[in-house]
Design a protein around this ligand. Structure first.
Ligand code: FAD
Length: 308
C-alpha cells in the first residue's frame, strides 16, 4: 500500500477536528496515512492519534509560531517522508500544499469533494461544474471540510523532529518521552557515532555519556572505515552487528539503509544530526536537528543529573 502524509490543521495550539476527516480521505485513497503536525510544542501531537494511522510525526520549529508560507514549506519538506500529501482545503493549507508540491514535483488537486479510488472530484468555474481527474503516483490534494466522516480517535504513536535549535528543551523532552516508554535508568543503551563526529578523538564525548548510562558505544561503517582508531567490532549495520537495545542514540550518522538494517528494531531511537534532510530522522522517535558539539554536553549534563 502506498504512503500518504496528512498535514494536520492546527489552530490556537491544538490539532483541529478537520484532521480526523483528512484521515478518512487518505484511507479512501487506499493509502497508509501518517499524520504530520507542524508545531512549536510537540505535546499537541499527542492528541493526533486516529484509527488507521500508525504514526504521527511532530515537526517542531520556531518558524511554526506564525504562518509564513516559504519557511513552513521548507521546514516541512526537509523532514516529511515521501508519499501523497493530504491537507484541509483552507486558504493557508492550500497555499502550503501547492508550495510543497512544487518542491517535490507533484501534481496538485485542490478542493477535493469526492474520492473514488484514485479518481478525484473537485468543483470548477466557481462550483458551476465538477471535474474528475485520475491520479497516478504520488500527488497532493486539499480536501474540503464536512465531506468525509471523521476517523475515530486512537492512540498517537508520536515521533518528534526538533528543528527549533533549543537543544536544552529538546533534551529535556527526550528524557520525558523516552522515560514514558522505558525505564531509562535501567535500559540497555547504545550510543553510536558516525563520520559526522569529525575525528576519532571526538568519540570520547560518546564514551563519557556511555559511562553515565552504562551504555555501549557503536559506530557506523564510515566511521570504522575512515579512522583506524575506531575498531571494526564497533560497527553496527548490515555488515556489522545487529543490535536491539531499548535506547539507541545515533550521533552524526546519516541513516543509510545498511546502518538501519542493524539498529532499526531498537525500542526508542534518538538521532542527533545537523542536516534536517538526514534519512535517520524518518526512523527516529526523537530527532534533534543540531550539531553534536552543541547537543552532547547538554545531553551529558541532563543524564548525569538524572542518574545521580
Ligand atoms: C554492502 C554495504 C554494506 C554496508 N554495511 C554497513 C554497515 O554495516 N553499517 C554502516 O553503518 N554502514 C554500512 N554501509 C555504508 C553505508 O552505506 C553508509 O555509507 C554509512 O552508513 C554512512 O556512515 P555515516 O552515516 O557515519 O556517514 P555519512 O554518510 O558521511 O554521514 C555523516 C552524517 O553526519 C552528519 N554530521 C556532520 N557533521 C555533524 C555534526 N557536527 N553534528 C551532527 N551531525 C553531523 C551529516 O549531516 C551526515 O548526515 C554499507 C555499505 C555497503 C555498500
Amino acid at each position: 500500500m502506498s504512503e500518504s502524509m496528512i498535514i494536520a490543521e492546527t489552530s490556537k495550539g491544538i490539532v483541529s477536528p478537520v484532521t480526523a476527516e483528512l484521515v478518512s480521505a487518505a484511507i479512501a485513497l487506499g493509502t497508509n496515512p501518517t499524520v504530520i503536525v507542524p508545531c512549536t510544542d510537540s505535546s499537541i501531537a499527542d492528541s493526533a492519534g486516529y484509527d488507521g494511522v500508525a504514526k504521527t510525526i511532530a515537526i517542531k520549529g520556531d518558524c511554526f509560531t506564525n504562518y509564513d508560507a516559504s519557511s513552513w514549506a521548507s521546514a516541512i519538506d526537509a523532514v516529511m517522508p515521501s508519499g501523497s500529501i493530504v491537507v484541509a482545503a483552507t486558504p493557508q493549507s492550500k497555499d502550503l500544499a501547492a508550495r510543497i508540491a512544487a518542491k517535490r514535483g507533484l501534481a496538485v488537486v485542490q478542493d477535493v469533494v469526492k474520492i473514488d479510488g484514485k479518481n478525484l472530484t473537485s468543483p470548477v468555474f466557481s462550483g458551476k461544474a465538477m471535474q474528475t481527474v485520475s491520479a497516478t503516483g504520488d500527488f497532493v490534494i486539499s480536501v474540503r471540510a464536512n465531506i468525509f466522516q471523521s476517523a475515530s480517535e486512537g492512540t498517537a504513536n508520536v515521533s518528534v523532529i526538533d528543528q527549533s535549535g533549543d537543544v536544552a528543551t529538546a533534551v529535556q523532552e527526550i528524557m520525558e518521552r523516552a522515560s514514558a516508554r522505558l525505564d531509562v535508568s535501567e535500559a540497555n543503551v547504545i550510543i553510536s557515532g558516525g563520520r559526522g563526529m569529525g575525528s576519532p578523538d571526538n568519540f570520547s564525548h560518546l564514551e563519557r555519556i556511555a559511562d553515565v548510562l552504562g551504555a555501549a558505544v557503536g559506530a557506523s561503517r564510515a566511521a570504522v572505515d575512515t579512522w583506524d582508531e575506531i575498531p571494526h567490532n564497533m560497527q553496527v549495520g548490515q555488515t556489522g552487528k545487529t543490535v536491539n537495545p531499548n535506547l539507541y542514540i545515533a550521533v552524526g550518522i546519516s541513516g543509510a539503509i545498511q546502518h538501519l538494517a542493524g539498529m532499526r528494531s531498537s525500542k526508542y531511537i534518538v538521532a542527533i544530526n545537523k542536516d534536517a534532510d538526514a534519512p535517520i530522522f524518518s526512523h527516529a522517535d526523537y530527532g534533534i536537528v543540531s550539531t553534536w558539539e552543541e547537543t552532547l554536553p547538554i545531553l551529558e549534563a541532563a543524564l548525569s543529573s538524572m542518574m545521580s
